[in-house]
Design a protein around this ligand. Structure first.
Ligand code: KG4
Length: 338
């Protein structure tokens, strides 16, 4: 069968990324221009500045991805692009670039949901992985348990009712002075710390696979303030370890409930927070104990990249999905309403 090459473009937040992927599984190139160092001085992503930086980076990134893959635009079968969820201005840059490429080359455009991309990062790492499986998708803005019935047939069976797990980590990282990006810094700060040193509140919701992280975040804030008011400092290493382990335990608890409810024994992790070492360690331990098959992408594919968008674009493309040039950015696009 003829190979299918997809060019994937991602610009939903602070990474301008482009990649060429063969048959949804094999990365031929994966170029990422990250703005994280630039936004660090502001303590978070400044949306307008992010859009401007995407504008400068998008075409050089596309050019480099094609060169590195040793192909030209005419060898590409379709251009896949993230159209949501994400920052509207940032999304529009990648989307407009993709439309321009399609308009000049006559290649089809395939709009991709960023969260489907995160799930597909697993296909790029594990050739044997096929649906059905459960996926815990944890990023800066989303926390969901997804029943992946087929490559493009997904059902959200659990979701956060307030903050995302990534936000709960990022916010507290800022409060303890680690700055932005909080997730990786918190992970590093907690290495070797005691996971039982501090305890946090737990919001128990019976009969649902939904999460709530705002109470956990508030209990961490209270703990930090009370410690300060009593003239002491928190032990950052132990605090970071305990807090991340607690969040990972909450994520694990509902994922195991989902396994029990559906009978599906293959679990994937996806999204930026799936890079977290406390989360990985806890899931590794539980999967081994219960005999579950557990997958998570290699670190470089956990955070935003174009390869995951090209992979998702491939599975949409072979199912016949095509987008018109009127495709618009959808900042709060849902996974089950693509
Ligand atoms: O998936 P992603 O790159 O972007 C979104 O689509 O949101 O996820 C970004 C999130 C941020 O909250 C970041 O702090 C978090 O992923 N993150 C981590 C780690 N690496 C990235 N959180 C915890 N531990 C990490 N090692």
């Amino acid at each position: 069968m003829k190979d299918t090459l997809i060019l994937g473009i991602e610009s939903s937040c602070d990474e301008t990324a482009c990649s060429v992927v063969r048959n949804g599984r094999e990365i031929l190139s994966n170029i990422i221009a990250s703005q994280a160092d630039f936004h660090e001085q502001y303590g978070g992503v400044v949306p307008e500045l992010a859009s401007r930086m995407h504008l400068d980076a998008v075409y050089p990134t596309v050019k480099e991805a094609l060169e590195k893959a040793d192909v030209t635009l005419s060898d590409i079968d379709a251009v896949a692009v993230t159209y949501g969820p994400g920052l509207v201005g940032a999304l529009l840059v990648g989307l407009s670039a993709a439309k321009g490429l399609c308009l000049t080359s006559g290649k089809p455009l395939v709009g991709v949901n960023h969260l489907l991309g995160h799930i597909c990062a697993n296909y790029l790492c594990f050739p044997e992985l096929e649906p059905p499986f459960l996926c815990l998708c944890v990023s800066g803005g989303n926390t969901q348990i997804i029943h992946v019935k087929d490559y493009t047939d997904l059902e959200i069976i659990g979701k956060t009712r307030d903050d995302a797990a990534g936000e709960a980590i990022d916010k507290i990282a800022r409060v303890v002075g680690l700055g932005y990006p909080g997730g990786p810094k918190m992970d590093k700060a907690g290495q070797g710390g005691d996971i039982n040193a501090y305890s946090f509140s737990y919001t128990h919701m019976a009969d649902t696979l939904d999460f709530s992280f705002s109470g956990i975040k508030t209990s961490a804030l209270n703990l930090i303030n009370q410690t300060k008011m009593s003239g002491n400092d928190i032990d950052l290493k132990d605090f970071a370890a305990s807090y991340q382990h607690h969040i990972a335990s909450v994520l694990l608890k509902n994922t195991i409930k989902a396994v029990e409810k559906t009978g599906i024994r293959t679990v994937c992790l996806a999204g930026g927070v799936s890079a977290n070492s406390f989360l990985r360690a806890l899931f590794d331990e539980e999967a081994a104990k219960r005999g579950l098959k557990l997958y998570y992408p290699k670190l470089s594919l956990c955070t935003d990249n174009g390869a995951m968008i090209a992979s998702a674009g491939y599975f949409e493309y072979i199912k016949g999905a095509r987008s018109g040039l009127e495709l618009n950015a959808v900042p709060s696009l849902r996974l089950d309403n693509r």
